[in-house]
Design a protein around this ligand. Sequence first.
Ligand code: IMP
Length: 177
Amino acid sequence: MKKIKGLSLLYTPDDIDGAVQRLSYEISEEYRERKPLLIGVLKGSFIFCADLVRTLDFPMEIDFVRAASYGMVGVSSSGVRLLKDVEQPVDGRDLIIIEDIVDTGLTLKYLYDHLMAKRPASIKICALIDKRERRAVDVKLDFIGFTIEKGFLVGYGLDYKEMYRYLRSIYILKEEL
Ligand code: IMP
């Protein structure tokens, strides 16, 4: 496995693939007959979404939203704003929000409320990584890939100041933010 200065390896591509396969199985069990609308949260979840949808072999649709926090880059804050909304109608649909990593939970809470106001039939949340330590609001994660306590992670779509998204593994950023 490639060593990268300042990063320590946390999940290999095999680990990630195992988690994606398991999530795919869980989602398929529940949604096979329901033609859900998957909503990826940009930018961080773009690789996760691409891998996940290719393991799901039933009819579905895919859309994206983009949210940003008002805080500094790499630091979650209490203010969240929407940079890109869904383009598909969500009224009466079964939605699955696909998020890369949940930290304070504020982004997901905002997106959940925003989408709920559009009167979908249901909303569930799939998160690749549930990071527990700084959770500030209660959000129910229905499908979870990995759970960690703390740390800043990069790779597999996750960035630090737009760096590292392209890496195939997930790493812990060793330097202080
Ligand atoms: P939350 O609103 O605090 O839950 O933060 C969610 C967003 O913050 C994620 O979608 C990421 O964009 C970003 N984020 C939080 N923790 C990390 C991390 O460890 N690495 C990269 N991005 C992170």
